[in-house]
Design a protein around this ligand. Structure first.
Ligand SMILES: Nc1nc2c(ncn2[C@@H]2O[C@H](COP(=O)(O)OP(=O)(O)OP(=O)(O)O)[C@@H](O)[C@H]2O)c(=O)[nH]1
Ligand SMILES: [Mg+2]
Length: 175
């Protein structure tokens, strides 16, 4: 695995998960350390060019939904390959949250090179058997497999045919 990558947690879910994964090239962006757009701009400004950036975040979150598009676009325009692991809310959460998540995700898919979603709800059945902490840790393990997959790809591919304008020569399917 090349060292030329960043794993960036954005918002509560993203930061919790990326902290748990423990990659040495981790960055954390949430409302506790970034209070203005100016600070987010500075964060993006100091990111390196032409590397792989894996973003772990929930597009459903209030904070994440306002900054994700901006961060992904900026990283993309610096020549980075941007991957998104999007965390989706449990069914028990408000329908508005879920709706916001899918709306933001749709927009993000035009910007990132590849994305995958993780439905928290798919792990909900584990909640009856395990503690909350154990269930969260299963989600983290799953996200880690996805992150490793992105980082070990020889050449990232475009998963979304809609993203033509940003990557005209990209292949639609892996080799
Ligand atoms: N798997 C997992 N999901 C989480 C965790 N924290 C939050 N979530 C999910 O992520 C969704 C978005 O929450 P946050 O990431 O905290 O949202 P945010 O962008 O920080 O913004 P706020 O909504 O203002 O907190 C929630 O609806 C939860 O479903 C976590 O630690 N692990
Ligand atoms: Mg939060």
């Amino acid at each position: 695995m090349s060292d030329n990558f960043k794993v960036i947690g954005i918002g509560g879910a993203g930061v919790n998960i990326v902290k748990a994964l423990g990659y040495r090239n981790s960055e954390y962006v949430d409302s506790s350390n970034f209070v203005s757009f100016e600070e987010i701009s500075q964060f993006v400004g100091k990111q390196e060019k032409n590397q792989r950036a894996v973003i772990v975040s929930s597009p459903a979150g209030e904070f994440s939904s306002t900054v994700l598009k901006f961060v992904c676009k900026a990283l993309n325009s610096k020549g980075n390959k941007v991957f998104l692991v999007g965390i989706m809310p449990f069914h028990s959460e408000s329908p508005e949250r879920k709706k916001r998540g899918y709306g933001v995700l749709k927009e993000l898919r035009r910007i990132v090179d590849s994305s995958v979603i993780v439905e928290n709800e798919n792990f909900a059945s584990a909640m009856s058997e395990y503690s909350w902490v154990q269930a969260m840790s299963r989600i983290n393990d799953y996200v880690n497999e996805l992150v490793k997959g992105f980082l070990s790809r020889e050449e990232p591919y475009i998963s979304d045919p809609e993203r033509k304008e940003l990557a005209p020569n990209a292949r639609a399917v892996p080799k």
